[in-house]
Design a protein around this ligand. Structure first.
Ligand SMILES: Cc1cc2nc3c(=O)[nH]c(=O)nc-3n(C[C@H](O)[C@H](O)[C@H](O)COP(=O)(O)OP(=O)(O)OC[C@H]3O[C@@H](n4cnc5c(N)ncnc54)[C@H](O)[C@@H]3O)c2cc1C
Length: 415
């Protein structure tokens, strides 16, 4: 079968050679390994462990580990482009892989843009090398449980999960909900708040600690039987007096707060998965209407003007989404302008909302047989539905911030 066309043609979108190479690798992996396994993991709500073994062997787990430390050295834009290609074939795998990759991207390329004194930076580089070695040599998987069911994951208050400093490390206590990779990750990159003597919790004291999955006091609880993204296995995590060594720190104290404030595009990294799902909904529709979907009778439906209009609408929506998203991921970096931050919110909102709108339009246009579980479209539709719920940049919160920031300059009030 002919290879799938790139989502972002390297010549048309002026990709680097590195981006062209790794997006091609992702399409190959997606088509060869991820797509054939996706239906089973979706049906069983089971974790795609085989995909992770393949991704380790083929270098994807180390995509964003700096080159001088043994990885491929992908930056933000390259990661986003590769992840979007991955999302075309298995949304759940792309979404969990995002959690793993961020553990390396945020500690790698992103921290290079943060301010810290020379000793702190040397300590950080030494510690992150420990984490990178585990990934490179053992295929260790890192999860990213932030959400707690309160206002912390939205960035409004400090995380309720706490870390108390003790000789040699920290003692972690708390609960995380929706922890993708729960029970399958080797380390949980937990965001928590370092406790102070007065007991007050502050966002400035956020720590980012890699808690070993097998550490005493860590447990995975609850069911996982959701509408979509079933292969993420996002169950709840409990931490009861879990001791972690100082080297568990994925960032030095104060750095996560600095990153969240100065590098806001770090929260755009969930969008590539849904960019890929939007493309997948469109590609399916075209193949289906042309009577070319594998395993289906070669019945053509493309000659009906109603179908053509719907596909035209879909293509327009897809092009709008890709153009805005590409611009937003291309301008990610430290201390973006206000305009760039507004664009990042608009891009996140657009991808998350348009992915599900495209999938819904695809089902309406292709018709009844297209939503049978033997075909991927109904899974794409359910997976796409989950995008706008992702904190801290849910569709609601993006609109909320966009509206306010468009109308108010810093410090302005109506009083
Ligand atoms: C498939 C899947 C995988 C996930 N994987 C992970 C993961 O790996 N790690 C992780 O940390 N989380 C993960 N999440 C969780 C996700 O990011 C959200 O934290 C979670 O969906 C929020 O749950 P809720 O909508 O019940 O939250 P609620 O707190 O009830 O929020 C509901 C809505 O209210 C709005 N809202 C929330 N807080 C505020 C506020 N302060 N001000 C104004 N509006 C607000 C938001 O729009 C939000 O969508 C995952 C979610 C899904 C669906």
């Amino acid at each position: 079968m002919a290879a799938d066309a790139p989502m972002f043609d390297p010549a048309a979108w002026r990709l680097t050679d590195f981006e062209a190479e790794w997006t091609a690798k992702a399409r190959d992996l997606g088509r060869r390994a991820l797509a054939p396994r996706a239906a089973r993991h979706d049906r069983e709500a089971s974790f795609p462990a085989g995909n992770y073994r393949d991704m380790h062997r083929e270098g994807f787990l180390a995509l964003c580990i700096p080159r001088e430390e043994g990885g491929a050295g992908a930056g933000f834009r390259a990661y986003c482009l590769v992840a979007a290609e991955m999302g075309r074939y298995c949304g759940a795998t792309a979404l969990t892989w995002n959690m793993h990759v961020c553990s390396t991207l945020w500690t790698g390329a992103l921290t290079e843009d943060l301010e810290m004194d020379a000793a702190t930076r040397a300590g950080h580089r030494r510690r992150r090398a420990i984490h990178y070695r585990r990934i490179l040599e053992d295929g260790a998987i890192y999860a990213q449980p932030f959400s707690e069911g309160g206002a912390a994951a939205a960035g409004a208050v400090a995380f309720g999960t706490t870390a108390r400093r003790v000789p040699g490390g920290f003692v972690v206590n708390g609960r995380k909900i929706f922890a993708s990779l729960a029970g399958h990750a080797d380390y949980y990159g937990v965001l928590c708040t370092e406790t102070r003597e007065d007991g007050a919790l502050s966002r400035r004291d956020t720590l980012y600690l890699a808690v070993p999955a097998r550490a005493p006091g860590v447990s995975v609880v609850g069911e996982w039987d959701p509408l979509g993204m079933r292969g993420t296995v996002s169950r709840d995590l409990l931490f009861r007096d879990v001791f972690v060594e100082e080297d568990a720190a994925l960032m030095p104290p104060g750095c996560y707060f600095q990153a969240a404030t100065r590098w806001p595009h770090m929260f755009l990294t969930l969008s590539p998965t849904y960019m890929g799902l939007a493309q997948a909904a469109f590609d399916f529709t075209v193949a289906y209407l042309r009577g070319e979907w594998p395993g289906m009778p070669p019945v053509k439906r493309r000659m009906y003007p109603t179908k053509q209009i719907a596909v035209a609408q879909m293509r327009t929506m897809l092009e709008q989404t890709k153009a805005l998203w590409f611009q937003a991921v291309a301008e990610a970096g430290p201390d973006p302008s206000k305009d760039q931050v507004l664009r990042a919110w608009a891009a996140q909102y657009t991808v998350m909302e348009n992915a599900q709108a495209l999938a819904a339009l695809a089902i309406r246009t292709c018709g009844g047989q297209s939503m049978l579980r033997s075909l991927p479209l109904e899974r794409i539709y359910r997976d796409a539905r989950c995008g706008s719920l992702m904190l801290p940049w849910t569709a609601e919160l993006c609109l909320d911030r966009l509206g306010r920031e468009c109308l108010y300059e810093k410090g302005e009030t109506d009083g």
